[in-house]
Design a protein around this ligand. Structure first.
Ligand SMILES: Nc1ncnc2c1ncn2[C@@H]1O[C@H](COP(=O)(O)OP(=O)(O)OP(=O)(O)O)[C@@H](O)[C@H]1O
Length: 936
């Protein structure tokens, strides 16, 4: 795989162009136009008023533009009319004759907007803010556009605030510059700019005003671009180095070959080992790669010439705090905080041999020419460190305590400073590490690849509402339940009627009437929520007679999705109150999806994938796609070199074969373990903190550190896997679900059959977020959601999301196969990485992988099925049992047990113990045997 893409040089010496790309906010393109919240809350009259005001503002903005532009050319000619000494605005109401009497020449004005235009432009430009007044046109246009089209061309609030600030500063700055260019017309800065400057000048002089203006602009640059004052930093560093050299002389021991040197070095090692102990408080072993950094620090005790000045990064002993992602204010997005397991508790994978095939494209290649490799100090080769540290431990008591304390204090300080400077220096010199640089020209899919379905608006059928309301009230009245108040909220597919019963009515009574209400409304999919959490009402959800499709486009186009700061935003659809629902997969942190066949599960999975593809850059996210059905996810094959991850040596990134699924899951476990080790070395708690540190060049790629993309595992048909591989799949899935969230590995597991032997207790416990499409029975609904409800959904993307505490009904966004194809092709046609993201290699621990795969299940023993039943019945996987009961010879029984293992009915050979039986009951076995027979 080529490594050129992300070479240090490319990522280290940003050209001017690159900086601009990084710092400049994204240009506003048509795709980024955001839709304003639907006008469903407004009455028709209000909507009309809004449109009229919008149109008015747009036209006014056009007229302002005409008046202002023409003022620039005609102000001199119109001077006599507009000057306040001649009457100013009051002239507007004076007739031509009267003006003529006052010796004002005709034609009165040249301004293209006539007398009014001349006066208006004069007011804004001359009397107020000078040419900066043109910005008012932008404000009027943005406001007008928003009201008329119900779309934001720019965020209105921000535009107004920024524009007003800009008007003031531009006016003042131009006023200041006027001091130096006297021949410019006076209206350039307007009276505001002029007088503000005069006032300030009187107090602090021209230089003072210049200083304030410069300060203001630099402050703005810092606020917007976090401007770096590199020169200062570098100077500071040199100054510090110089200071340090002086101190260094005090501590410089005698020549290295003398006995005294050896002792001094020993002391130093002792203090360093203490220092390391302090820094790695929570158990970084001395031989861990961090020694590299510390060695560099040790080198600081060598003469200057050997100091590795350009060490790429250094570990920073304090934890970086990750900036909090502001949660969406109004949106009902949920964020599920689950405390991460302490690193120490992370189980280790034992006995699995693997080699790491590091995807070079994803890593920062260490400097070669630009930055010399660190010079290892001659007297302390890296490999010697642990040994010496041990020795020093033994001699610790012999140390002179005072000296040690002094040396320790100094060392800690020096080490810290050097690390700080090295990392900061690198950032100052080369900018932050940019993971996107390899595919800098990558374009996110644009909105036009998605289709608009339906009108996108909710049509309220008053008659239907009224009729349903009456029927609900009547039905309840038949059962002597009186209602105080009833209110309807119309969603895309379902209308929610909230009722407040008269005091004294028992809630359970209404809940029991579910079927009766459904009967009276002659509608499927009635769901009663009694009581509505946090509302004090009882909700009755009734399907609309004409459901509205929610298109993926209408969800992706919203401001809420475009501006979301979530790590892994998934736009699921719209809630019952027609609000766009976006959830953060990173916080869920895993999602279990269930639904009977044909109810919208595949569309749901496509919606999840599409949202992530729209939002993330290929460097930030990789998918592991498991598709036993072989057809559902094959559309994503084209994005292999951008977004997919696979095992080394595999041809296909989309995994369809059960054995390969097991290998991939185990490989993901290894990736998880490796990531935990990296996190531990970096002394951070999660992927985000880790990446922040890496981007700030505080982690050394030579120690194996790399930018870590999120990995999302999507399994389209989990039941199939559980049937064929049982525990072998369940175990790694459970392990990943328990531990992987902190290292950015998230799982989305879908199943048609939410039965307890598929969604086992272990799996359920680790998937707090569950998404249920319509299922066929209440039992299934209980299995997936721990409550009923999913059996009452109406299908076609109608779904319930359980977040542990809440149950939210959502209409899933619809994205059709051709759209997904187009998106994949759009991404696939762009330049990608040399290959898919490589997962660590997994070699089957038992070494039986190859021999098992040699077994051809199509060529099963005639007694294979009988043996399987026998073993499942006795729950004992032993060859001798088959031998005895089926009266077979050892060899044949042995062959059958191998076949049973290859078929995933029994586990692997476990020495003297009987093999594990992977099917709990005959029923599941029979189902599996049937699949085997059909596949024959
Ligand atoms: N969100 C949605 N909005 C409107 N219609 C939908 C939606 N989701 C699914 N449908 C309709 O339902 C049909 C079946 O959906 P889908 O293929 O996703 O079902 P499924 O649960 O994956 O079925 P299977 O498990 O058999 O693959 C779609 O072809 C589409 O017509």
């Amino acid at each position: 795989m080529s490594n050129k893409g992300n070479s240090f040089k490319q990522n280290s010496a940003p050209t001017k162009k690159r900086r601009t790309q990084r710092f400049n906010p994204k240009p506003i393109t048509k795709d980024r136009y955001e839709e304003v919240k639907p006008a469903r809350d407004l009455t028709e009259t209000q909507q009309k008023v809004e449109k009229i005001i919008g149109l008015f503002l747009l036209i006014i903005s056009g007229l302002f533009a005409v008046a202002f532009v023409s003022y620039l050319f005609t102000w001199q000619e119109d001077q006599s009319y507009i000057s306040s000494s001649n009457g100013g605005w009051s002239n507007l109401f004076t007739t031509s004759e009267e003006l003529e009497d006052e010796d004002i020449e005709l034609p009165i004005v040249e301004n293209k907007l006539g007398k009014f235009g001349a006066l208006l432009a004069n007011q804004f430009i001359y009397n107020w803010f000078g040419v900066a007044s043109f910005i008012f046109i932008l404000i009027l246009f943005t406001g007008g556009y928003k009201l008329l089209y119900r779309k934001n061309i720019l965020p209105l609030g921000k535009t107004i605030i920024y524009s007003l600030v800009a008007i003031i500063f531009i006016s003042i700055t131009l006023g200041f510059l006027h001091n130096f260019f006297n021949d410019t017309p006076h209206f350039v800065e307007g009276k505001f700019g002029f007088w503000t400057n005069q006032l300030l000048k009187a107090q602090i002089g021209t230089t003072g005003v210049g200083g304030i203006i410069l300060f203001t602009y630099l402050t703005l640059l810092i606020l917007i671009y976090n401007l770096d004052f590199k020169i200062n930093l570098r100077n500071k560093r040199h100054a510090e180095e110089d200071d340090y050299t002086e101190e260094e002389e005090v501590f410089e021991p005698a020549p290295f070959n003398s006995v005294r040197t050896e002792a001094a070095r020993q002391d130093l090692q002792n203090t360093l080992s203490k220092n390391e102990a302090l820094e790695n408080r929570n158990a970084t072993p001395q031989s861990e790669p961090t020694a590299y950094t510390d060695l560099d620090s040790r080198a600081s005790y060598k003469p200057r010439t050997e100091f590795p000045k350009n060490v790429p990064a250094a570990l920073e002993p304090t934890l970086d705090s990750t900036p909090e992602i502001p949660s969406e204010e109004k949106a009902p997005t949920f964020s599920l905080e689950i405390s991460e397991p302490p690193l120490a508790e992370k189980p280790k994978t034992e006995g699995i041999s693997f080699t790491v095939d590091q995807p070079v494209d994803e890593t920062w290649t260490p400097p070669t020419a630009a930055i010399p490799a660190p010079v290892a100090p001659q007297y302390t080769p890296a490999v010697d460190v642990p040994e010496e540290v041990q020795e020093s431990d033994n001699e610790e008591e012999e140390l002179n305590e005072d000296e040690a304390a002094a040396a320790l204090a100094l060392t800690v300080e020096v080490v810290k400073e050097e690390k700080e400077i090295t990392a900061n220096d690198l950032v100052a010199k080369f900018g932050q590490y940019d993971p996107k640089l390899d595919l800098a020209g990558y374009q996110h899919p644009h909105l036009d690849l998605l289709k608009e379905y339906g009108s996108g608006k909710i049509t309220i059928n008053q008659e239907e509402l009224e009729a349903n309301k009456n029927r609900i009230v009547d039905t309840l009245r038949n059962y002597n339940i009186e209602i105080e108040h009833i209110k309807a909220t119309v969603g895309p597919t379902v209308t929610l009627y909230e009722i407040i019963p008269k005091p004294g009515v028992r809630i359970s009574k209404i809940k029991n009437l579910e079927d009766d209400i459904a009967l009276s409304l002659a509608a499927l999919g009635i769901r009663i929520i009694a009581p509505m959490p946090g509302k004090g009402t009882i909700g009755i959800e009734v399907p609309n007679s004409t459901p509205e499709m929610v298109s993926m486009r209408s969800v992706i186009a919203t401001e809420k999705f475009q501006n979301t700061e979530m790590d892994l935003p998934i736009a699921l659809g719209k809630t019952i109150s027609n609000e766009v629902f976006i959830a953060d997969l990173a916080k869920m942190p895993h999602l279990l999806v269930a639904g009977a066949t044909g109810q919208g599960k595949s569309v749901g999975i496509n919606a999840i994938l599409t949202s992530l593809l729209y939002k993330k850059h290929p460097s930030e996210l990789k998918f592991v796609l498991v598709d036993p059905k072989k057809v559902e996810l094959s559309l994503f094959k084209t994005v292999e070199r951008h977004f997919l991850a696979k095992l080394p040596g595999e041809d296909d990134a989309i995994i369809t074969d059960t054995k390969k699924v097991i290998n991939t899951l185990n490989s993901l476990c290894i990736e998880m373990d490796q990531r935990y080790d990296l996190l531990k070395n970096a002394q951070v708690r999660n992927l985000k903190e880790y990446n922040v540190k890496f981007v700030n060049r505080r982690l050394n790629p030579e120690e194996g550190h790399r930018f870590l993309p999120f990995i999302v595992l999507i399994v389209d048909e989990f039941a199939d896997l559980m049937m064929t591989a049982g525990k072998e799949v369940e175990q790694p899935i459970a392990r990943l679900a328990q531990l992987a969230r902190a290292v950015g590995i998230h799982l989305v597991i879908a199943t048609q059959r939410p039965s307890v032997n598929i969604i086992t207790g272990t799996i359920k416990a680790n998937f707090p977020a569950r998404l249920a499409f319509r299922v066929l029975s209440k039992v299934d609904s209980r299995t997936i959601l721990d409550s009923g409800g999913a059996d009452q959904l109406i299908g076609r993307g109608d779904m319930l999301l359980s977040t542990g505490s809440d149950l939210i009904r959502i209409q899933c966004a619809f994205v059709d196969t051709p759209e997904v194809e187009q998106i994949s092709e759009f991404i696939g046609s762009q330049r990608g990485y040399a290959s898919a993201f490589m997962l660590p290699e997994y070699v089957d621990e038992s070494g039986e992988g190859s021999s098992l795969s040699d077994i051809d299940l199509a060529d099963r023993d005639t007694l294979f099925e009988d043996a399987a039943r026998l073993i499942v019945l006795h729950q004992q996987g032993s060859t001798s049992l088959i031998q005895r009961k089926l009266k077979l010879g050892y060899n044949r029984a042995g062959r059958i047990i191998d076949q049973l293992e290859a078929a995933g009915i029994v586990g692997s050979f476990e020495g003297s113990k009987a093999r594990e039986v992977l099917y709990p009951d005959e029923y599941s076995l029979e189902q599996y045997l049937e699949t085997l027979r059909n596949n024959k």
